[in-house]
Design a protein around this ligand. Structure first.
Ligand code: NDP
Length: 322
């Protein structure tokens, strides 16, 4: 099979297209032939070595396809099932072997590409809006990088809940997409100071929650726009990692809450994985949640996909097609 292999960490050029044997399932595993693999910012962290993965490795931890083999203990899926997953490393390939209890069936009305585009970013937007800080109607959320993969989905969920959404983006084109997704206010944070602009839009009141995936360049100012006892949800570092931080700052800025969540902890059990993926798939099938899949690349062009994602050139979801 064809797969992308990383033998040493580094820039996009370390991802090589190679020929490898199709994996065999262990007793608890299923092997899936991929229809599409999702590209996510976490794949960049793995490739760079910011998050450690034993070398060599096949990157990618999201996809959808058809089960072609199962191990002797597998009960949850069978050969021929259409399934999707996240947190199974090795998805930039034609075939992947993974724990069968992490695979979820794709419902009718959701295509393979839609499923591959949903699992990581869709369930992330879902847990952020419904569980980490359960947004309520009438509250205000500041969403950074609002035209990104997670961003566009989070804006839609927050809007559907009835919250007011203040969105930051870097370009006019991205502003248009964030507005279409339901953002009430847009701040071009590449041109204006988002702290001053958020305070102006809020008339001196603070926002209830900041959803921050940008990290290094936004974190500190984000703390300054929260209401007393508001919540900073730092869930990524697309601009780099946030430097070490003294918790007393949270007291000084109004008894704030800070959390640094990860999807894995919100789909830890099979039950939670099924409930959350089912909820997001239902929203997609009904049209309540719209995916934007405009960046599809052949598997062989994984390097280009990473360059564009890191270069802030993409919006919505990126997929690799084997
Ligand atoms: P995005 O599609 O959001 O791409 C990243 C975006 O970040 C860019 O488009 C850009 O938007 C913005 N950005 C701001 N500064 C920079 C910079 N210096 N370099 C690159 N991008 C920058 O990616 P994803 O949706 O895949 O992921 C978004 C973030 O969410 C990532 O940090 C990821 O790690 C995190 N994440 C966390 C999860 C969790 O459970 N904790 C799960 C899923 C994702 P603009 O041009 O508008 O500024």
């Amino acid at each position: 099979m064809k797969a992308i292999l990383v033998k040493q960490t580094g820039g996009p050029e370390v991802m090589e297209l190679v020929e490898l044997p199709v994996p065999e399932p262990k007793a608890n595993e299923a092997v899936v032939r991929l229809a599409a693999s999702g590209v996510n910012f976490i794949d960049v962290y793995h490739r760079e070595g910011r998050y450690k993965v034993p070398l060599p490795f096949i990157p990618g931890q999201e996809g959808a396809g058809q089960v072609v083999a199962v191990g002797s203990d597998v009960k949850s899926v069978k050969i021929g099932d259409r399934v999707a997953w996240t947190t199974t490393l090795g998805s930039y390939a034609e075939y992947v072997a993974g724990a069968a209890d992490r695979l979820v069936p794709i419902p009718a009305g959701v295509s393979d590409q839609q499923a591959a585009a949903t699992m990581l970013q869709g369930m992330t937007a879902h847990y952020l809006a419904y569980d980490t800080y359960p947004l309520k109607r009438g509250e205000t959320a500041l969403v950074h990088a609002a035209a990104g993969g997670v961003g566009l989905l989070l804006v839609q969920l927050a809007h559907n809940i009835g919250a007011r959404v203040i969105a930051t983006v870097s370009t006019e084109d991205k502003a248009k997409l964030a507005r279409e997704a339901g953002a009430d206010e847009i701040i071009l944070y590449s041109q204006v100071d988002f702290e001053a602009e958020t305070k102006r839009l809020m008339g001196g009141k603070g926002v209830d929650v900041v959803y921050d995936s940008v990290g290094k360049t936004t974190f500190e100012k984000g703390l300054n726009v929260l209401r007393p006892r508001g919540m900073m949800v730092l869930f990524g570092g697309s601009s780099g990692a946030v430097p070490p931080f003294d918790p007393i700052t949270l007291t000084q800025k109004g008894s704030l809450f800070l959390t640094r969540p990860s999807l894995g902890n919100y789909i830890a059990t099979r039950e939670e994985l099924m409930v959350r993926s089912g909820a997001v798939f239902a929203m997609i099938a009904s049209g309540k949640l719209k995916l934007r899949i405009e960046h599809t690349y052949p598997l062989a062009e994984a390097q280009r996909a990473h360059r564009e994602l890191e270069g802030r050139k993409t919006t919505g979801k990126l997929l690799l097609i084997p």
